[in-house]
Write a protein that binds this ligand. Sequence first.
Ligand code: NAP
Length: 257
Amino acid sequence: MPEIKDSNAIIIGASHGMGLETAKLLVSRGANVIITGRHADSLQSAKEQLGDKATTHQIDISSSEERKNLPKVVTATFGEQKPLDLIYVNAAHARFAPFLEYPEDILRRTIETNFIAPFMIVQSLVPLLKDGGAIVFTTSISNVRGFPGMSAYSASKAAIQSLVETMAAELASRRIRVNTVSPGFIRTPDPNVLDFPKEVLPGLDAYGVSITPMERLGEPIEVAKAVVYLGYDATFTTGSELVVDGGLTAAVKPAKA
Ligand SMILES: NC(=O)c1ccc[n+]([C@@H]2O[C@H](COP(=O)([O-])OP(=O)(O)OC[C@H]3O[C@@H](n4cnc5c(N)ncnc54)[C@H](OP(=O)(O)O)[C@@H]3O)[C@@H](O)[C@H]2O)c1
């Protein structure tokens, strides 16, 4: 089983939420991490929480120009010779609107951020990944259940799941495992992924609790543990999706007496 201690990981989208929680878990177990995010202040705050084992890189992954620098950031931080053990792509964009009113510019932005950017980033970083290393993407349970308003977001996440299956087949010869973690409703304190007013969040969280069989939100650490499992411990698992959703996709919530 690959050792976490002294391993090298890059997390795309780790200045908040479940990406940051994954970085904290990896650092606590001795890994070195490169964390990325769009905003310098959040990256600085994350760096203060993570300490010397973390390197930050500010990037908007929807920019193809900015994406091109990532391999250089990895080699400058960890060295030239396939230094990466884990690539975790977690950043996304989510704007919810009815299908019949969904604006084309937001559809394009969603597909660019959630599918094209992860595709191109991982394509550019796989040459720097060790044979036997791992790739994890964050999808969403909305890629298998229809939630009103989530057409573009859910389709972009479903595209990632499909991509992972092809990548798993193509990269198996290098023993590289490729998987996704699929969260349900997770308590993320400052979800910049969501491109809508923060006032609607309590209502969205309450809705999530009301439809989840385990009757609570998930915690970012519960997703982080799944990512670390897929990244290091799941040595015979590739092309799969690990669901972390309190039963939302698989189980029916019991009726109240
Ligand atoms: N929270 C949930 O309930 C939930 C449920 C299902 C799936 N998910 C998925 O889980 C993942 C993480 O969600 P989260 O709730 O933890 O989000 P979050 O707290 O908003 O964190 C997202 C991270 O990605 C970065 N990011 C966002 N857009 C970016 C861009 N264009 N370029 C570079 N970095 C970018 C953010 O940096 P900045 O803050 O600087 O923008 C931040 O570090 C996403 O893929 C999301 O779709 C979340």
